[in-house]
Design a protein around this ligand. Structure first.
Ligand code: HSE
Length: 403
């Protein structure tokens, strides 16, 4: 019998219990022994809950229990998750997590501790929900120099944008639906403001480039400012509005990462990633582009990745994974302002300032646009160059355009 503990009893923890109950026999065959959740660390009461017999309030008991081989941290947040994870790793227990906030900020420290004690710290569920992406990126694509990772990394915002675009649902109604479906973070601000996607692109950049990409180096813009007009202009251009996280190697050998809503051409595969689905394109110098697609949030999808990591950790207990994630080494992170794109701009500044800044641009038509409002595409340029040209011209919206 292999025994594990869960830290937390939210949507993902319940998904883990469901998957273990449903797939217990096949998991036992794969592991060579049944897998049992011995303890669940909870912070409040759940009256009448069928798992009440497993509830504990004291983490120290889990840490000291020699029967517990692996700890599944699905409590989220940085503390006490960091303290508990570090203690469990130091106590010689494998730790499996879905906690992207903790990983993005302190993943490298925790991997170092796991390295010292020779246990696994696995985190496939932290990016892309149920999509296998981290292990393929690190292992199956290890022959490549990865030049770019670009993806729809947040199920909640993709669900909201899809509902707004396809059904005309308003923002708050779509957000409530995403919360009811168990997609959103405990505080959905992290989803809506792009912080959840920021943490995920940091983890992807860490693994793709083998160097720590701190969240502070990654600008994050969410979807609150996406308007119906922007959505309509995107349609006219043959594009859709999607929130993307991108990490890319720049020509000067540095790397940049950022999160922002984009206009994506409908010829781009990512434009067809709708609802709670996530899609991640990895561009390697040998393989070219690979698309990873699947459910990016939700209890059961995330539990699929968590339970698979538990199986991996227990089966390969003595072969600790080296994730190649280091504090330094090329490429050096730099600001996303150096990333070149075409830009969609919408302004009511008037024709003269637009002409002075951008020359002879072709304006996009929109029957509903108020008089004096102009929208157009720029030639490819960095954000730094764009802002220098825009100067103090008031912008109603600006988006990078991805073909
Ligand atoms: N809130 C996250 C999302 C959950 O919507 O993608 C999965 O990480």
């Amino acid at each position: 019998m292999s025994k594990i503990a869960l830290l937390g009893y939210g949507v993902v923890a319940r998904g883990v219990l469901e998957v273990l109950a449903e797939n217990g026999a096949l998991l036992a065959r794969r592991l060579g022994a049944p897998l049992e959740v011995k303890s669940i660390l909870v912070r409040r009461d759940f009256p009448g809950d069928p798992n009440a017999g497993k509830f504990v309030r004291d983490f120290a008991g889990i840490c000291a229990d020699p029967e517990i081989e692996a700890v599944v941290e699905v409590m989220g947040g940085e503390e006490p998750a960091y303290t508990y994870t570090a203690a469990a790793l130091r106590a010689g227990k494998h730790v499996v997590t879905a906690n992207k906030q903790l990983l993005a900020h302190r993943g490298q420290e925790l991997l170092d501790i796991a390295g010292e004690t020779g246990v696994n710290y696995l985190f496939e569920a932290s990016v892309g929900g149920g999509i296998p992406i981290l292990r393929p990126l690190r292992e199956c694509l290890s022959a490549n120099r990865v030049d770019e990772v670009c993806g729809i990394l947040n199920g909640t915002t993709n669900y909201i944008l899809t509902e707004m675009i396809q059904c005309g649902t308003d923002f708050s109604e779509a957000l409530s639906q995403a919360q009811a479906l168990g997609y959103a973070e405990a505080d959905p601000t992290a989803d809506v403001e792009g912080l959840d996607a920021q943490r995920k692109i940091c983890i992807l950049a860490d693994l793709a480039f083998g160097r720590n990409m701190p969240p502070e180096a990654v600008s994050a813009q969410g979807i609150r400012a996406v308007s119906r007009e922007d959505v309509e202009y995107a349609q006219r251009l043959g594009c859709v509005v999607k929130l993307l996280g991108r990490a890319l190697r720049l020509p000067d050998g540095t790397a940049a990462a950022y999160v922002a809503p984009h206009f994506i051409s409908k010829t781009n595969l990512l434009s067809h990633v709708d609802g709670v689905m996530n899609g991640i394109v990895v561009r390697g110098n040998a393989v070219g582009e690979c698309l990873f697609y699947g459910p990016g949030a939700g209890g059961r999808a995330t539990a699929s990745a968590v339970v698979s990591d538990v199986v991996d950790a227990l089966l390969h207990a003595s072969r600790r994974k080296d994730w190649g994630w280091a504090a330094s080494g090329a490429p050096e992170p730099q600001s996303a302002a150096a990333v070149v794109s075409r830009w969609f701009l919408r302004t009511d500044a008037g024709l003269a300032p637009i002409g002075a800044a951008f020359g002879n641009v072709q304006f996009l038509s929109h029957s509903g646009a108020p008089a004096g409002e102009y929208a157009f595409l720029t030639p490819p340029m960095t954000e730094t160059a764009l802002l220098a040209r825009v100067g103090d011209m008031p912008l109603l919206s600006r988006y990078r355009v991805l073909d």
